[in-house]
Design a protein around this ligand. Structure first.
Ligand code: DP6
Length: 350
């Protein structure tokens, strides 16, 4: 196929997500070792613009992040596009100029590859529709976008949906697949639909271990099989809890997942401790506030020191003063970002 007359521009916004049951360990072609489930955020978003024109000899893809060339991410995109050649046979006909910006600051522990890769995957799926002149139905479109996003970054597969999304095959969820994520928002109790996520910034230092390297640590990990069994149990139980709205049970799984992830990193070879002293102090204060005030709030962590504090919207009046008085003094420059469950990606009209 030759598309040497088409040029244009496509733009999508897509959110970051916070995993409740973690994806940690992969196999084959970017497939997960266990099912994971996440909540997509509302304010932590990447907006990506894909400009394309007919390819001329010597043309190369370029990537700008917030107006500046980002060579390492550009290389990651080039490799990803190479892997996508048999998904989109038009890719080699075009030169791409990609630019993206985030609504959230760098190195905050907000997963920027999830929002970046999912927004670009959505741009590619829209481009496919333009090139072929056919429109997929909505569920097919987002399923393909999720699969394409997954090939760029596993957690990005979940960001093409708003609310809650599950990725990874499991017998407990018939629609589930290793190839793409599926939405599980329909089954979710109203208490979770506007759930809050206060992202507490303990340190903005560059991550000590990339998640790609982190996943590799699971390959010869002595606890790998036990971890995958635990993740499957947590996944199955969490889906029931998301339906029932049992907040105590939710918090128990949430924190168990976060600390299991960090435990696995601490006893990996080589070993990493990504929590900082203030991460532990914050965990202590969160747990003791929960106990003494009987407020249903719980924490989770990604592969870094910052804490995501999750709680129902109707507890905001109690939780925000607690964050301000007891947690802010432990945060880097006193900073935290208040986010919440969001409604998913949006195509930006020209
Ligand atoms: C701890 O999706 O960033 O955030 O597939 O190599 O890009 P790659 O890894 P990535 O890993 C995410 C790990 C995690 C847990 C999660 O989001 O499920």
């Amino acid at each position: 196929m030759k598309n040497n007359k088409i040029s244009g521009s496509i733009c999508w916004e897509s959110p970051s997500n916070i995993a409740l049951v973690k994806y940690w360990g992969k196999k084959g072609r970017q497939l997960p070792r266990n099912p994971s489930v996440s909540m997509s955020l509302k304010n932590s978003i990447t907006r990506t613009k894909l400009d394309y024109e007919p390819k001329k000899i010597g043309d190369q893809l370029s990537f700008l992040f917030e107006g500046k060339r980002e060579v390492s991410f550009e290389n990651r995109i080039v490799k990803w596009f190479d892997r996508l050649a048999n998904e989109f046979d038009f890719l080699s006909d075009f030169t791409f100029f990609i630019s993206s910006e985030n609504t959230f600051p760098h190195s905050t522990g907000i997963a920027s590859s999830a929002s970046a890769m999912s927004s670009l995957a959505l741009c590619l799926c829209s481009l496919e529709e333009e090139v072929l002149g056919v429109h997929k139905d909505e569920s097919e479109f987002f399923q393909k976008a999720s699969r394409i996003a997954r090939l760029g970054s596993g957690s990005a597969s979940r960001s093409v949906y708003g609310g809650f999304a599950a990725w990874g095959k499991t017998n407990s969820f018939s629609k589930s697949s290793d190839e793409f994520a599926v939405s599980c928002s329909k089954q979710v109790n109203p208490v979770f639909q506007d759930f809050q996520d206060a992202i507490l910034l303990v340190s903005s230092e560059k991550k000590e271990v990339s998640s790609t390297v982190g996943h590799q640590l699971m390959e010869n990990h002595p606890y790998a099989e036990a971890r995958y069994a635990q993740a499957n149990d947590n996944f199955e139980n969490l889906l029931d809890i998301l339906r029932s709205g049992d907040l105590n049970a939710f918090i128990e799984i949430l924190e168990n997942e976060a600390l299991s992830l960090h435990g696995l990193m601490m006893n990996s070879s080589p070993s990493f401790t990504l929590m900082k002293p203030n991460t532990l102090e914050l965990i202590d204060r969160i747990r003791s506030y929960r106990k003494t005030h009987n407020v249903p709030l719980g924490f989770t962590l990604d592969a870094g020191p910052n804490i995501h504090l999750l709680f129902p919207k109707l507890e905001k009046k109690r939780v925000l003063p607690f964050i301000e008085s007891e947690l802010v003094p432990l945060l880097e420059n006193g900073k935290y970002i208040l986010d919440e469950a969001g409604s998913g990606p949006k195509k930006i009209k020209k």
